[in-house]
Design a protein around this ligand. Structure first.
Ligand code: SAH
Length: 470
């Protein structure tokens, strides 16, 4: 079983610092069921590849399992990627998996151009399932199926693939994706799992699993089809990412109270609806729709034929349904509105093909390193013609009497930007993605610190470039 990881981020040999394994030396590690060897088939400034070779000892394996039928000796475990690969990743690349690097801490936190190749990956459910697991995480997936027997092609195909994943990801994410998803593909029901597997799954998948469209099947298989465990994992997972889980309503009320005197929320909605109409949008996305205030405003405008609310929080979506009285809307209205759960930092085909997207008071909830992923998802992949995006203007905070100096407006905000910071980010996005961007103030503008809310309107440059999921 061979896994290789290639970096083309110059100087590529920094991969050695990230993996904490010197490219000049090969090293071996003992595992509970065999050996792992690490070596570098290539190491130049342009391209550096680390290889992890697993030698599973089938006899030792049987002994450790305490079983003795022939099936236990003659199976694919020694050469196919399986949960042993996860064991090896955490044993050999544990520090990198934890996102740490002594010598290149800054690089460990950054997405890099990386490629992983797994020589024999069992995937009984075929290539489509493989793609459904890795593509939403932003990888392009290359898969080559092995015939059952090279000499007898008429025997048909085997369930084994050579798989290549490439993408711009942090090394820790690549490792955690493999750690969780290789055993999921393998789906070997053989091995016993205990309670601590739920912790392992949440530790490795916590950051991305909640937003993954296949999270249910991933949790189910990772936990070997033990319904009780996967239910527990999913509910803990949703709580962990769900900023609303504890007392979201009170947090929202705090933010509303801070902004109250100028009914900023309403002015913001009005400005966003106007910008969407101005862009002649018919089919619109409300990304990070929360409890659906904008959705309600959009439903009242006949211009919008299809309105889609997306949020990572199941609770918010549920509340949006209630507040919009979705189940009691007349059929015509109901058919204009869709709500679905999804994360804006994972590429999602369901977001393609819309005229416009509103992203209202959402980006400041992302950890700053996630902004690049969000940019790829929305401006690189979904590519609506118009994007209307708002975020607080940090300079204005001094004007909110009830807000202590230096604090954000909402406790879940990860940052709040000055006008210059927002402008720099937006212009960078526009430049990289082929959009034009302009800025409008929202709320009563202060002569010195500007408006309370800042809004950017992005318009795709080429009408021909309809985007897609590429
Ligand atoms: N747009 C709404 C809600 C803003 S609060 C309004 O203006 O009222 C921010 C919202 O973004 C929350 O509902 C939160 O659940 C959602 N959110 C945070 N991170 C997200 C992510 N990664 N993907 C999708 N939605 C996210």
């Amino acid at each position: 079983m061979l896994l290789t990881i290639t970096s083309t981020h110059p100087p590529a040999t920094d991969l050695g610092y990230l993996l904490h394994k010197n490219p000049a030396r090969s090293q071996s590690f003992e595992l509970p069921v065999g050996m792992a060897h690490v070596f570098y088939p290539e190491a130049s400034d342009e391209r550096c590849t680390a290889a992890l070779l697993l030698e599973i000892d089938p006899v030792g394996l049987v002994r450790s399992e305490g079983r003795t039928t022939l099936r236990e000796y003659v199976n694919d475990r020694p050469y196919a990627a399986s949960s042993f690969l996860s064991v090896a990743i955490s044993r050999v690349f544990g520090t990198a998996l934890g996102g740490k690097s002594k010598d290149r801490p800054e690089l460990a936190g950054r997405p890099l151009q990386l490629q992983a190749r797994i020589s024999v990956l069992p995937c009984h459910d075929g290539e489509d399932f493989l793609r459904r697991l890795f593509e939403p995480l932003g990888y392009s997936v290359g898969a080559e199926r092995h015939p059952l027997d090279e000499e007898f092609p008429e025997w048909g195909e085997s369930p084994y693939f050579t798989v290549e994943l490439s993408g711009e990801v942090r090394l820790r994410d690549l490792l955690s994706h493999l750690y969780v998803l290789v055993p999921v593909l393998d789906d070997d029901k053989h091995y016993w799992v205990g309670e601590d597997e739920v912790d392992k799954l949440l530790r490795q998948g916590g950051e991305w699993l909640a937003g993954h469209p296949e999270r249910e099947i991933i949790a189910d298989r990772y936990l070997k089809h033990q319904r009780r465990l996967s239910d527990e994992a999913l509910s803990r997972l949703m709580e962990e990412v769900d900023p609303e889980a504890e007392s979201a309503e009170s947090l929202d009320r705090e933010e509303e109270a801070v902004e109250e005197r100028i009914t900023l929320g309403e002015q913001r909605l009005g400005a966003v609806v106007a910008a969407l109409k101005d862009g002649e949008a018919r089919r619109v996305l409300d990304l990070g729709c929360g409890e659906g205030k904008l959705l309600r405003a959009l439903l009242q405008e006949r211009d919008f034929e299809e309105i889609v609310g997306v949020d990572v929080s199941v609770r918010s979506l549920k509340r949006a349904r209630e507040r919009l009285r979705f189940d009691r809307l007349p059929p015509m209205q109901q058919s204009r509105l869709k709500l679905f759960q999804g994360s804006l930092i994972y590429r999602d085909r369901r977001l393609s093909g819309y005229d416009a997207a509103a992203v209202v008071e959402v980006i400041e909830h992302f950890d700053p390193p996630r902004l690049a992923a969000f940019e790829r998802v929305l401006f690189g992949s979904a590519r609506p013609r118009t994007v209307v995006l708002t975020t607080p203007n940090a300079e204005y905070n001094a004007n909110f009497e009830t807000l202590p100096a230096g604090e954000f407006r909402h406790r879940d905000h990860r940052f709040e930007w000055s006008r210059a910071e927002f402008r720099a980010w937006s212009e960078g996005v526009a430049e990289r993605s082929g959009y034009r961007v302009r800025f409008l103030p929202v709320g009563t503008e202060d002569a010195v610190v500007g408006p309370p809310t800042q809004m950017a309107i992005f318009v795709r440059e080429s009408a021909r470039d309809q985007g897609g999921d590429g």
